[in-house]
Write a protein that binds this ligand. Structure first.
Ligand SMILES: Nc1nc(=O)c2c([nH]1)NC[C@@H]1CN(c3ccc(C(=O)N[C@@H](CCC(=O)O)C(=O)O)cc3)C=[N+]21
Length: 376
């Protein structure tokens, strides 16, 4: 989703999350300051040495508290906590991972002469899909993966797609196969995804992959890229998962569900919030870790977030923006401005989970080539 305009742009004009300024409610005024101070301390230990939040937060809060009006207190405290939120830099981490992958691929090429190959099948003319595919191809080039691309017209038949999949399944140069989603509506997505042989399913969308993810004691074959990227970010920022309460918002097969399974594997206590959940706000507010993957711009408000929580925002939602040369800009599921004032760490959109998804695709492709050639 880069220079070209995506198919659907949310009809919203949002510079902030809402017309009303955040944290001016009486409840927020009562709740926020002491809790932020408390969680700040926890955060510092959980995020380790990389954290550069202001050590003077509580001092500033106390000074603010002694200041005259309560409204000036709220503003000052909010500013102080905002300054201390850790922005989780997915773009930077993705670059580090590509460098690591690049080194591994050179090592493999030098020792056994194998170059990993990724096949991408794109059906139809969706501009956003075309952009994703182009970005994946570029990313492959930067790490030394050979990419094989097939672009089919919108009116192709299922059989044609299945034929390409079957050829790639048999091609020894190809170690990973990705069918770009969504497929045109006349195609049976399940049937097509099931045709990708499990050894080359680098997207991790095969039911057997998800099944293994769900079962204790089973080795996973390929972990779906976006959820894998989310967990990788938590690991690389030293966010402890074990024993923590995690809430995943959204239950899609490709993000929400596998993300919840992964968090559970990492010993978090996991709840899934979805469109039929009663009191999503109340449940989300219990989370130490929030992964949001719903595709609703700014749905998760500051009041949904427990002070000190870590937020991974998977949403990439285009919203109308006349001031932007593209005519739109991207926002997450989480109201960033509000979240920055409550959370201890957050991924931005863009530059958060998106780049990690692609990095994990490269990582799965390398893993596949290593497995197929038994290269340690
Ligand atoms: N079989 C399949 N596998 C996928 O993994 C898959 C798919 N189909 N269909 C579409 C979604 C979406 N997706 C993204 C990947 C990277 C960014 C990304 O890098 N985003 C940039 C935004 C760049 C920009 O447009 O400015 C960022 O968040 O920083 C976004 C979205 C993979 N998907």
């Amino acid at each position: 989703m880069t220079s070209s305009s995506p198919i659907t742009i949310m009809k919203m004009k949002l510079n902030h999350c809402s017309p009303s300024p955040p944290y001016t409610t009486a409840a927020a005024r009562r709740l926020l300051p002491p809790l932020i101070g408390h969680h700040q301390i926890q955060l510092r230990s959980s995020l380790g040495p990389t954290l550069h939040n202001s050590p003077s937060f509580s001092a500033r809060a106390i000074i603010a508290r002694s200041a005259s009006s309560s409204s000036s207190f709220v503003i000052t405290a909010a500013m102080a906590s905002e300054a201390s939120v850790k922005v989780i830099d997915g773009k930077k981490v993705a670059k580090d991972i590509r460098d690591e992958i690049n080194a591994e691929i050179s090592r493999m090429k030098d020792s056994i002469g194998v170059v990993p190959g990724l096949a991408v099948i794109l059906v139809g003319e969706r501009k956003d899909s075309a952009t994703y595919v182009r970005n994946k191809k570029k990313a492959c080039e930067t790490v030394g993966i050979k990419s094989y691309e097939v672009c089919l017209p919108e009116n192709s038949t299922e059989e044609e797609v299945l034929k390409y999949i079957s050829d790639f399944n048999d091609d020894p140069m190809v170690h990973g196969i990705l069918v770009q989603l969504p497929l045109p509506s006349h195609m049976d997505e399940q049937k097509i995804l099931n045709a990708v042989c499990i050894e080359k399913d680098v997207d991790g969308f095969h039911p057997l992959n998800i099944g293994r993810l769900a079962m204790r004691g089973r080795e996973t074959s390929f972990v779906p890229c976006t959820p894998k990227g989310c967990i990788e970010l938590l690991h690389r920022y030293n966010v402890e998962i074990k024993g923590k309460r995690a809430v995943v918002i959204g239950r899609s097969n490709i993000v929400g569900m596998p993300a919840a399974l992964l968090l559970q594997r990492e010993d978090a206590t996991v709840s899934i919030v979805h469109s039929r959940t009663r009191n999503p706000e109340e449940i989300t507010r219990q989370a130490d870790i929030i992964i949001s993957a719903v595709g609703q711009p700014n749905m998760v408000r500051g009041s949904w977030i427990k002070p000190g929580a870590v937020i991974i925002d998977v949403g990439i939602n285009p919203v109308e923006d006349a001031t932007n040369p593209r005519g739109y800009r991207l926002v997450g599921d989480v109201c960033y401005e509000e979240a920055c004032k409550v959370a201890s760490a957050i991924t931005p959109v863009p530059g958060g989970v998106g780049p990690m998804t692609i990095a994990m695709l490269l990582s799965n492709t390398l893993l596949s080539a290593k497995r197929i050639h038994n290269f340690k």
